[in-house]
Design a protein around this ligand. Structure first.
Ligand code: UDX
Length: 429
């Protein structure tokens, strides 16, 4: 098939590349010439394991074409995916202006029969607006059907999440489009959830909010464990062993971040409010998430007292490992709070130094973990990079001014760290 993706963020770029790798001809529309030129040379704007090689392979095979133009990409396509951003407005709603603007341009360039599917995370009811725009803007004699196909890929494991998802959700109301989309997704072996538009749209928000809820629950249990002298990791291991609960997304830490959970939880609260349902459960999920970030700072204050001119070494800046993404990373709030208290911050992250430098000022960025902890009064680990698991702690002890370490991701064994002479503080143990 020939397909087009509008948008080359994580979702657009990864899904488009995977569909090209399945043998389809895939156009990807962007709006910045420099980025499109780079992509056509196989240079990708994000760090995602394996993606750069896969993009290059499919660009070289001429199956993956990056373009600024809606024509001939849209007119040639059997299926067009909308995969553009839905940022949060000041009121917490999802900003749909980009999605709706793109829908109009797609509509104007349609030819023959096309299925247009939204991959962007949009509130229930958006499909009707997109459908109306497509119908109003399409040339006479063309036919268009609409579908909602939410995306569940995670950064850092985006390719395998796309080729091996837990499910494929398709919101659709027409057999012809359904058959075409099932055929397109045939190489992906996963259970199909076929449903109406509103249900598909809500499945995405409900899933992300539930995962965020699990994390905030784990963080609340961690907080309580600290007061009770329990080991939160063991508590959550015991809880997660119950198959009805499951052990995934129960790791306590500095709170969830990234481009999806914070935004989608906020949007679902706002959607609920608009529908006269105060989703206070999710408001508390957000509160606990903010507290989890502040709790790291509280631990720093408790350990060092006055933070003025204290040197704090931060290991890890990205919102999670295996990405260079700094969007809503806990490190941003935590470092800002520490800096407000007068602390001097040095930091290292294996991949996100450039993206971090754009959002975090006044930080002394170092070339490796050892340089970041040199002369530190306190070290705080904020991202669970594998390379931080293998650090030489006798070397670290020699480099630090003090022995204080807050392990925000529970990477290390508390007993071992204490035996090595560190004043070790984990999350929930
Ligand atoms: C998420 C969803 O998982 C994915 O399905 C959706 O398509 C996009 O949003 P992503 O943002 O890439 O994916 O990251 P994810 O791995 O889900 O982690 C989100 C945040 O939660 C990170 O900050 C991570 O560190 C945190 N987290 C995750 C925890 O603090 N504890 C956990 O147990 C799991």
């Amino acid at each position: 098939m020939t397909i087009t993706f509008v948008g080359h963020g994580y979702v657009g770029l990864v899904t488009a590349t995977v569909f090209a790798d399945f043998g389809n001809k895939v156009y990807v529309i962007g709006h910045t010439k420099e980025k499109i030129d780079n992509l056509n040379r196989g240079i990708i704007p994000i760090y995602e394991p394996g993606l750069s090689e896969l993009v290059k392979k499919n660009v070289d095979a001429k199956r993956l074409i990056f373009t600024l133009d809606y024509n001939p990409s849209i007119s040639e396509s059997d299926v067009v995916f909308i995969a553009v951003g839905t940022p949060t407005t000041k009121t917490g709603d999802a900003d749909l202006s980009i999605v709706l603007g793109v829908a109009e341009k797609i509509g104007q360039n349609l030819k023959g029969y096309t299925v247009v599917a939204t991959k962007s995370t949009v509130p229930a009811g958006t499909n009707k607006k997109v459908q109306r725009i497509l119908d109003e803007s399409k040339p006479q004699g063309t036919e268009v059907d609409y579908a909602s196909i939410p995306e569940f890929l995670r950064e850092g494991s985006a390719i395998s999440d796309t080729t091996n998802p837990d499910r494929i959700v398709i919101g659709i109301d027409c057999k012809r489009a359904q058959d075409l989309l099932i055929k397109l997704h045939e190489p992906i072996k996963a259970p199909l959830v076929l449903t109406n538009f509103e249900t598909a749209e809500l499945i995405k928000y409900a899933s992300n909010a539930f995962l965020a809820l699990k994390i905030s629950y784990a963080n609340a249990i961690a907080k309580l464990s600290e007061s009770l002298g329990a080991d939160a990791l063991k508590v959550l291991e015991g809880v997660g062993a119950d198959k009805r609960i499951g052990n995934k997304f129960l790791s306590p830490g500095p709170g969830y971040g990234g481009s999806c959970f914070p935004k989608d939880v906020r949007a679902l609260i706002s959607i609920a409010k608009d529908n006269d349902y105060p989703f206070s459960l999710l408001e508390e999920v957000e509160n606990i998430n903010h507290q989890s970030r502040r709790d790291i700072v509280r631990k720093a204050r408790k350990t060092l007292g006055d933070l003025r001119n204290k040197k704090i070494g931060i290991l890890g800046l990205a919102f999670k490992a295996n990405t260079d993404d700094m969007r809503d990373a806990p490190a941003i709030d935590i470092i800002n709070l520490l800096q407000n208290d007068g602390a001097k911050i040095s930091a290292f992250d294996p991949k996100s130094m450039d993206t971090a430098a754009a959002v975090l000022k006044g930080v002394d960025y170092k070339k490796d973990a050892y340089e970041a902890v040199r002369d530190a009064d306190l070290v705080i680990v904020l991202t669970e990079w594998n390379e931080f698991r293998e650090l030489d702690f006798s070397k670290i002890k020699g480099l630090m001014k003090s022995t204080n370490i807050i392990d925000g991701r529970n990477l290390y064994d508390p007993e071992q760290m204490k035996a090595n002479g560190f004043n070790y503080m984990g999350i929930g143990r």
